[in-house]
Design a protein around this ligand. Structure first.
Ligand SMILES: *Cc1c(COP(=O)(O)O)cnc(C)c1O
Length: 478
């Protein structure tokens, strides 16, 4: 399988999976996608069903991911998946269990990993793949990132103990929840360097940009990233769409729908790819919070990115986005993979006028019929009411992100088509909203007992790029 860029300028030398594993954007500023989506046949689907039942999630992952990888031997890929998706790492041996909620709605539990959020599913595989690729090429990697919570901790737990990898993770000092801080700062390992910057999240991100933007420094210190546009993260996420579908169906042509609480369009983009593979997905329901830039697009055909002032801080903070970094991938497919049009929309119109408008195009008119997409959104009051209703009716406690999904899912459920909502985090991470909804603290899984009391490993840093460079030098050069 070779890969191309959504902006298509370097069509001559198409890289393979291993070549783009550690890369971010393509050289032309586009995002990588496989040059075509494999279509699976009935025999493959039947084989997948047996594989999941008999050999488990990791074995299925190796099969599905293997469709997109031809430069890692199948046996090696299987081993990497076994390490990433084991019951040592995930608290449920099914890795992604599925349960019925009632009224045709199901929950796909994506949050059984070390940080109780769905990002673990992609990051754990990424940790394995990075270590493997670095060993093959005899290189090291220093991951430099900024986080306001979930992504940073998922990255740290995935890279912990991986040979040749260090993580420098910037956090805004005093601005994460005590639980989030404890998750990251309790890690005691010289290769995981937590940094508390005197500033807000945007300051952290600017520092990363400034330091990684120094090309000579970046090369000398082998700096890399684990951002949400990474192709390997997406492909890892395709697996749980296949697994969830298999778990709620008995026949290989039985349809399901998915509702996905969405921020950067990573999770639901994997659902789109699963559908293109041939998984019988009727609807892909995109759910946003008050930051509804994507809901607006799917309702109107206008994609209008927001500024910082228009981006709301909500009770589902991992969906508080101003623009969706993976969205260009879907638009590329929507426009029949016309890279010139994508270049015009994302390379010219968005930077210059802040929006583009596809409302009059035949592609937008056919978006639901061809791709299954529909959308909705929730407010804080909706999410609180949904958490309370789900608790009182079903005795199931869901977090505010998942509540966004359940609220929107209920608007689109069709008779006889199971509607699967992806549970993107556990309620324990958002105790404040849970207490607001039902007046009770969420139960804390045993693996998180007492983490706030553990010793903290974090370095305070002024908001200054030179200070960050000095810290990186001292840790890398020893
Ligand atoms: C990251 C995240 C999301 C949004 O996922 P995208 O892939 O960015 O659309 C939703 N919920 C939770 C809990 C998250 O951590």
């Amino acid at each position: 399988m070779r890969y191309l860029s959504t902006r298509g300028e370097r069509d001559q030398d198409r890289p393979g999976f291993g070549d783009i594993l550690l890369a971010g954007l393509a050289a032309d500023g586009g995002l990588f996608l496989p040059e075509r989506y494999p279509r699976v046949d009935e025999a493959t689907v039947a084989h997948w069903r047996r594989t999941l039942t008999e050999d488990g999630y990791a074995a299925l992952a190796a099969e599905v991911i293997g469709l997109f990888v031809d430069d890692i031997p199948a046996a090696d890929l299987r081993t990497l998946c076994e390490h990433a998706y084991s019951d040592q790492v995930f608290s449920d041996s099914e890795i992604v269990p599925v349960s019925a909620l009632g009224n045709g709605i199901w929950l796909s539990h994506l949050s059984e990993g070390p940080t109780a959020a769905f990002k673990d599913l992609a990051m754990q595989l990424l940790g394995q793949l990075f270590e493997y690729q670095l060993a093959r090429t005899g290189t090291e990697l220093n991951i430099l990132g900024a986080t306001s919570g979930d992504t940073g901790s998922a990255a740290e737990y995935a890279m912990l103990g991986r040979a040749g990898i260090r993580v420098f993770m910037l956090t805004p000092a005093g601005r994460m929840t005590p639980f989030q801080q404890a998750q990251m700062f309790s890690i005691d390992d010289p290769a995981i360097i937590n940094i508390a910057v005197d500033g807000v999240f945007d300051d952290c991100q600017d520092l990363v940009k400034e330091v990684a933007g120094d090309a000579a420094f970046k090369e000398q210190y082998r700096l890399g990233a684990v951002n949400s546009i990474n192709w390997a993260r997406l492909v890892a996420q395709v697996v749980y769409y296949v697994a969830s579908w298999l778990r709620v169906t008995t026949a290989d042509d039985q349809q399901v729908s998915f509702t996905v609480p969405t921020g950067n369009f990573g999770n639901i983009c994997a659902g789109h790819i699963a559908r293109e593979l041939g998984v019988p997905i009727a609807q892909l329901v995109l759910a946003t919070n008050e930051n509804n830039v994507l809901d607006e697009f799917f309702r109107t055909g206008i994609y209008r990115v927001r500024g910082a002032a228009e981006t709301h801080a909500t009770s589902s903070p991992s969906m508080d986005i101003s623009k969706a970094s993976n969205f260009e991938r879907f638009i590329f497919d929507l426009l029949g993979r016309d890279s010139a049009r994508v270049r015009h929309l994302f390379g010219e119109l968005l930077p210059n006028q802040g929006f583009f408008d596809l409302s009059d195009t035949p592609e937008f008119a056919g978006i639901t019929e061809r791709f299954g997409f529909v959308s909705g959104s929730s407010t804080h009051a909706d999410r609180v009411a949904t958490i309370a209703a789900t608790w009182h009716q079903h005795r199931v406690l869901i977090d505010p992100h998942t509540a966004d999904g359940v609220k929107v899912a209920a608007e689109f459920v069709q008779p006889d088509v199971p509607m699967i909502v992806t549970e993107t985090a556990l309620p324990v991470k958002f105790a404040e909203t849970i207490v607001e909804a039902i007046g009770i603290e969420p139960e804390r899984p045993a693996r998180f007992a007492g983490i706030e009391g553990l010793p903290r490993h974090v370095i305070d840093l002024p908001n200054d790029a030179e200070a960050l460079k000095a810290l990186i030098r001292s840790r890398v050069d020893g």
